[in-house]
Design a protein around this ligand. Sequence first.
Ligand SMILES: [Zn+2]
Length: 249
Amino acid sequence: MSESECVGPTSSLTAAVSATRRGFLLLGLVLLVGCAKKTTLVMLPNPPWPALDVPPLYPVQTVPPRYEPPPDPGPLPSSPSQATVLARSTWAQGEPLTTQMNRLSPVRYITVHHDGMDPFFDTDQRATAARIEAIRRAHRRRGWGDIGYHYVVDRAGRVWEGRSLRYQGAHVKHKNYANIGIVVLGNFDRQQPSEAQLASLRQLVSSLMDRHRVPASRVYTHQELAPTACPGRYFQQFMNTSRRRGRLG
Ligand SMILES: [Zn+2]
């Protein structure tokens, strides 16, 4: 029987005459079902959706998720000393190259340096800004992302922002991890630090120790961590004396 020659239960009656009533009914039902099925296949159009296109139980992501960088931590918590820190934007002639810098881990150390260039006695703000910019350029030429120090203390005792505290510094070889770097402007093998510098440095270090919970035993000079003359004999003397008096790390 072809699909187009489907016969209904009525046309089967003759063949079923001799059957019992129950047999007839069963046969009729079988024919009815079979025929209905075949009629359906002939008469109805194909379903408009592919047989396997069943909606999944859970949405399937066909596009890989886009990488989202971690959210910006926002401004750093304020501290009393922050009001007196001159922003990086007041002196820097170039933006930091953040791809070259790592995030600063929670601070554990503070290290003090001198700049070690020619002696510097200027207290003028513009001359000072130029000196800091010269240091930044020198550090960028080494391939670093920004000036290596986080803070600068000038001859007049002003404190300048260097590399943002969001980023690890570049000031002690192999020991920059969790280490805040402070540079005091001048060459303290060849000149004495000014009183204003010393007072300001003491205040800055003390404020950073409080803010980051750094104990005195983790405040260093560069030469205490690496073979170098930095921060110069006169400044090292000041650090040693301050420690003996319990006024610094
Ligand atoms: Zn140094």
